[in-house]
Design a protein around this ligand. Structure first.
Ligand SMILES: [Zn+2]
Length: 696
């Protein structure tokens, strides 16, 4: 039958072929094409796949370009371009997964090369003038398009315009030049940061309060009374900042950390900002922040700024109250009633407060989350809420022995919808620590068929050892729910085009549905459905522990979020309107905002020189808080429903209004349809301990 895939012609055990065949037949009854991803097994095979994909893509581009302008249609222009992008993205997706998870280092390297090559080819598509000409010829016919087709044409034209294709050739060339200079600087920024090392040697007295197992680890302990801590290694930095009683130690390490790569990166950043500004101005935008916001939910930089300003004000009372508590603790510690909380103090006092108020034994909680039961419990909950079934099947090909494959089906009809791979345990060379990877995106295929999506969730949870099961931390379970949310966003899509499928929504929205799902595992009713002591399954997590966990969860949220808002505000300020002839001083701009929004800093530092958000998420850092606020807003639909987080009606609404449409319509519309009202930041403020009940 035509829907069977070439991969099944490989030498597979007959039982596996039969199992997959059966599923494919079942899927075909609802016109779904359930493809099992055909993973390359050797570096050469991967290189060949990329070469094929590019050759095929180029020949299709040539075909689009060579058409008679009188005979252009939606299908042979915009549709064809979207189709070839979708096809090449499937190869790129496999390469990305191989690059980050394959057990063989040669395969990982080949995956990385393949990914890069396809990325470069993709950027080149923006500059195919001959293709753009044909698309424009179609647009000039003012076709009567609706829905996703209209959206696809508008966004395709927008991409070309944003690349500079509407400009006269000479200026377009300049923009292309500026973009390539910018990407070289971005690479330089990252390699400077990787090369930045900041070792510090402390005595034991200077590290008083830091846990013994950290100090005795061979990477830290040098000899009897010398301990080396690297300010550039986050895990080392955090533990010392969290635990060191000695303020001078915390400050020394903070100054080093917040000055990482200062000499090299400050000029690089100033140049990057100038280039971004030039590109934006040339393209007719007021600022780079506006250029970036255009394709995000925020739409304009002013909207993003107003949102952050609002949250900064909204959170102020809680932030102040937390600081007062920290201040009291520091006054007691130092004997100085006027002691001030500085930026090198907040982690330490947050940790002290948590220990003092909520003596929680996080390790003991693991007993309630044995891996297999947790996974079954999660599938049961999501099955019930979204009307789904998750059936394990044997993957025809495994890149790791413990890889699993699940078929996600509609619970009522049993019709398969898509595939879910789980790669859960650590192994040598696996760099992905937690994430969701799209492998195949849903899209309409010729003959009224639909491509069934496939996604993978990759985590790094403790493996079982001997007779002991794998026991997850509460944080692991939270990540699992979060990543499964992304996978379902991908798998449940009904978008007509791959471009709009599932998680291909604006980056300031994409985290929101998954962040919302994290709430599930803080709820007693949900936890009681699956969390139980593996040694005695009749033992659930005691109610008072769950209450304590919840109290601790937002106890210092004011401080946490004010810092997030400070990063967001600094990032927006760096990318706001700026006279093109005026040089940038990134340190002055960002330090000023950071100090104003968060805590007193040390003037010699330059946190911006190691701020990764500057590269790739530029003028977009606000998106983290933005998505958090939307997540809290959307969670109210469940909170008000009859069955709370287990409510099927609310779940089906989420499936139909958020997951299924993806980006095929404006996400603002989707959110408001799901909420049944306008959006509000009040639920977010209320969740973290402030604001009113009113969400109207
Ligand atoms: Zn996420």
């Amino acid at each position: 039958m035509s829907f069977l895939l070439t991969c099944l012609s490989c030498n597979l055990p007959a039982a596996q072929v039969a199992a997959i065949n059966k599923l494919q037949v079942a899927a075909a009854r609802t016109n779904r094409v359930l493809s099992v991803p055909d993973f390359e097994r050797t570096p050469d095979a991967l290189t060949a796949s990329v070469a094929d994909a590019i050759a095929k893509g180029n020949s299709e581009l040539d075909q689009i370009a060579s058409q008679n302008l009188d005979h252009v249609t939606f299908e042979n222009t915009v549709g064809a371009l979207e189709n070839l992008r979708a096809e090449s993205s499937i190869v790129a997706n496999r390469a990305a997964l191989i690059a980050e998870t394959h057990a063989d280092s040669l395969m990982r390297a080949a995956g990385e090369r393949a990914r890069k090559k396809l990325q470069e080819w993709n950027v080149g598509l923006d500059y195919r003038e001959d293709v753009f000409k044909v698309i424009k010829a179609f647009a000039s016919k003012e076709p009567k398009l609706t829905g996703e087709d209209a959206r696809l044409l508008a966004e395709t034209l927008r991409d070309f315009r944003r690349a500079g294709m509407e400009m006269p050739p000479q200026e377009r060339e300049q923009i292309k030049q500026l973009r390539s200079e910018l990407s070289a600087l971005a690479a330089e920024f990252e390699s400077n940061l990787l090369a930045a090392k900041a070792p510090f040697v402390f005595t034991k007295a200077e590290l008083d309060g830091v846990p013994e197992d950290f100090l005795s680890s061979p990477r830290i302990r040098r000899d009897n009374d010398r301990y080396q801590v690297m300010a550039d290694a986050m895990w080392q930095y955090n533990i010392v900042e969290d635990c060191a009683r000695n303020e001078a130690t915390r400050k020394r390490l903070y100054v080093a950390h917040d000055s990482l790569a200062k000499e090299k990166n400050v000029p690089v950043i100033n140049r990057m900002l100038a280039l971004r500004n030039q590109i934006a101005l040339k393209l007719g935008y007021k600022s780079w922040a506006d250029y970036q916001a255009e394709v995000r939910m925020a739409k304009t930089a002013a909207n993003a700024q107003a949102y952050i300003d609002n949250l900064v004000t909204g959170i102020h009372p809680k932030f102040e109250a937390e600081l007062r508590e920290f201040q009291k603790m520091k006054a007691t510690d130092t004997g100085d009633p006027k002691a001030q909380i500085n930026i090198w103090d907040w982690r330490y006092y947050t940790n002290q407060l948590n220990k003092l108020k909520f003596a929680l034994d996080k390790e003991a909680l693991r007993n309630f989350f044995p891996f297999e039961q947790t996974l079954d419990g999660m599938f049961f909950i999501f099955g019930r809420v979204f009307g789904l079934r998750f059936d394990q099947t044997e993957p025809p090909y495994k890149w790791a022995d413990d890889l699993r494959l699940y078929v996600v089906s509609n619970a009522d009809t049993g019709a398969p919808i898509g595939l879910l791979y789980l790669d859960m345990f650590p192994r040598e060379g696996k760099t992905a620590r937690g994430g969701e990877f799209e492998i195949v995106n849903g899209r309409r295929l010729p003959g009224d068929k639909y491509q069934a999506p496939a996604a993978a969730v990759v985590l790094d949870v403790p493996p079982p050892s001997g007779d002991n099961p794998s026991l997850l931390s509460h944080a692991d379970v939270e990540i699992l729910f979060h990543e499964l949310g992304h996978a379902l966003h991908c798998i449940l899509t009904r978008a007509k085009y791959s471009r709009f499928a599932g998680t291909h929504v604006p980056i300031d929205f994409v985290e929101a549905p998954s962040q919302m799902l994290q709430n599930w595992i803080w709820d007693k009713r949900v936890l009681d459905t699956f969390a139980a002591d593996y040694r005695d399954r009749s033992k659930k997590i005691p109610a008072e522990i769950i209450k304590k966990m919840n109290d601790a969860r937002f106890a210092t949220a004011g401080t946490f979020y004010r810092r997030q808002f400070a990063f967001a505000a600094a990032d927006l300020a760096l990318h706001e309107a700026h006279p093109s002839e005026e040089p940038y001083d990134c340190v002055a701009i960002s330090n000023r905002i950071f100090e104003r929004t968060f805590l007193p800093i040390d003037a010699q530092t330059s946190f911006i020189s190691s701020f990764l958000g500057l590269n790739g998420y530029d003028a977009g850092y606000y998106g983290y808080a933005w998505a958090d606020a939307i997540a809290a807003d959307m969670a109210t639909v469940f909170e008000k429903a009859k069955d709370g987080y287990l409510d099927k009606q609310a779940g089906m609404k989420l499936r139909q209004e958020i997951y299924e449409p993806g980006d095929s319509r404006d996400v603002n519309v989707s959110i408001e349809k799901f909420l049944g009202r306008k959006q509000s930041v009040q639920p977010f403020l209320k969740k973290i301990g402030i604001g009113s009940e009113d969400t109207k």
